[in-house]
Design a binder for this molecule. Structure first.
Ligand code: KG4
Ligand code: ZN
Length: 368
């Protein structure tokens, strides 16, 4: 049996250090499944990486080491709880930049050991998968589009530890495409939000961009052709108005592809789940994009699915989602040993990933 508070609630400290955000949060999950976020602290390293136009792993790992203890202390203070009130510690154990992952995971292990608390080594993607449940009641099962800087996949989520991958990107992740195209438009890192801001004044019908994998009927995504075409167009642009038009065109093209594949997935999912509640959830950093959200919401409504996207603060990386994934695991009696490994790659659906890998081992690209 894992411990719980006298009321049967789980009160979990979550730690997230897999990329360029050092984050800690305290989440309380009642025995009936209801959730309250007691605190969620995020220290962004954007300023440290901006001069390099992207995340530098060594800089990220050092910055995590420097701030993890004060961020965790802030999370506990803001939540108004001490270590003695906690029922567990949850830390991201991958996938991600392994130097950073090791910082948060080691810190979590130290707390677990010193305070005799159970440790949960959380898959970062499972954190994104449960993120919509931080602020809304979303029961399992649901169809999930996970779109972030490292991932772009459709998953059938039957519950904690029960995710089936239905399709994923064959090259870049959607957030990666936003970031790389933003760079060719001369926008600062991180590119996604900057490109969305520029697109606001643009005309999305001005340029033609290729529609990727048009002939394929599966649930794969591809963004590399779009990236190359956009980079070529960007070279010839001279005015800010033209750049805004290209940004709007790119954003619409990415949103279209996400909507098209999600629509196809919903059609199949609805057949397999006939008569049951149909739920569609979008999560990950790209879910912060308003044009993407609007397209996906329209598709979900047309297919008779409920639509849930986390509040913006829970779309991008945060520790509340890691704490909740941990709390849900602890409620099921699941925890991990203190020698749990940090994993640079860790697909949510390991069976699908080994049967049909999106990348050969060692190659750069989508982490799952
Ligand atoms: O989930 P996340 O914080 O980190 C990963 O686990 O990858 O996602 C970060 C990604 C970046 O590629 C960023 O550019 C993208 O999400 N992103 C956006 C927006 N906000 C963040 N992309 C498009 N529009 C946005 N508003
Ligand atoms: Zn993430």
């Amino acid at each position: 049996m894992t411990p719980s508070s006298p009321s049967g609630a789980q009160i979990v400290l979550g730690l997230e250090t897999s990329c360029d955000e050092t984050a800690a949060a305290v989440v309380r999950r009642e025995a009936d499944g209801s959730v309250s976020v007691l605190s969620s602290i995020i220290a962004s390293q954007i300023a440290a990486h901006a001069p390099f136009g992207g995340v530098v792993p060594e800089i990220a790992a050092r910055a995590h080491v420097e701030s993890i203890d004060s961020i965790a202390a802030q999370a506990l203070a803001e939540a108004g709880v001490g270590f003695e009130a906690l029922t567990g510690v949850a830390a991201t154990a991958g996938p991600g930049l392994v130097g950073g992952v090791m910082v948060g995971l080691s810190f979590g292990k130290a707390i677990a050991l010193a305070r005799s608390l159970p440790l949960v080594a959380v898959n970062h993607l499972e954190g994104h998968a449960v993120s919509a449940r931080l602020a809304a009641e979303v029961d399992y099962p649901f169809l999930l589009l996970l779109v972030s800087g490292g991932h772009c996949q459709l998953l059938s989520v039957d519950g904690i530890g029960a995710c089936r991958r239905l399709g994923s990107t064959i090259d870049d992740a959607a957030g990666e495409a936003f970031d790389k195209i933003a760079k060719t438009l001369g926008l600062p890192y991180p590119g996604g939000p900057a490109l969305e801001a520029l697109a606001a004044t643009g005309d999305a019908s001005r340029f033609e961009l290729p529609r990727m994998l048009l002939g394929r009927k599966d649930l794969s995504f591809s963004f590399s052709g779009l990236k190359t075409a956009a980079a070529r167009l960007a070279e010839g642009l001279t005015t800010d108005a033209e750049r805004a038009d290209l940004a709007a065109t790119v954003q619409a093209a990415i949103a279209s592809q996400l909507a098209e594949r999600s629509d196809r997935a919903m059609a199949a999912y609805a057949l397999a789940h006939e008569g049951r509640g149909l739920r569609f959830v979008v999560a990950g950093g790209v879910a912060a994009n308003k044009a993407v959200r609007a397209r996906l919401q329209a598709v979900a409504e047309a297919r008779g699915f409920s639509f849930t996207a986390p509040p913006l603060a829970y779309c991008t990386d945060n520790a509340a989602m890691i704490a909740l994934a941990g709390a849900e695991r602890l409620a099921l009696g699941i925890s991990d040993p203190l020698d749990a490994a940090a994993r640079p790659r860790w697909p949510l659906d390991e069976a699908a990933a080994s049967a049909n890998p999106t990348h050969a081992p060692g190659r750069k690209g989508a982490k799952a």
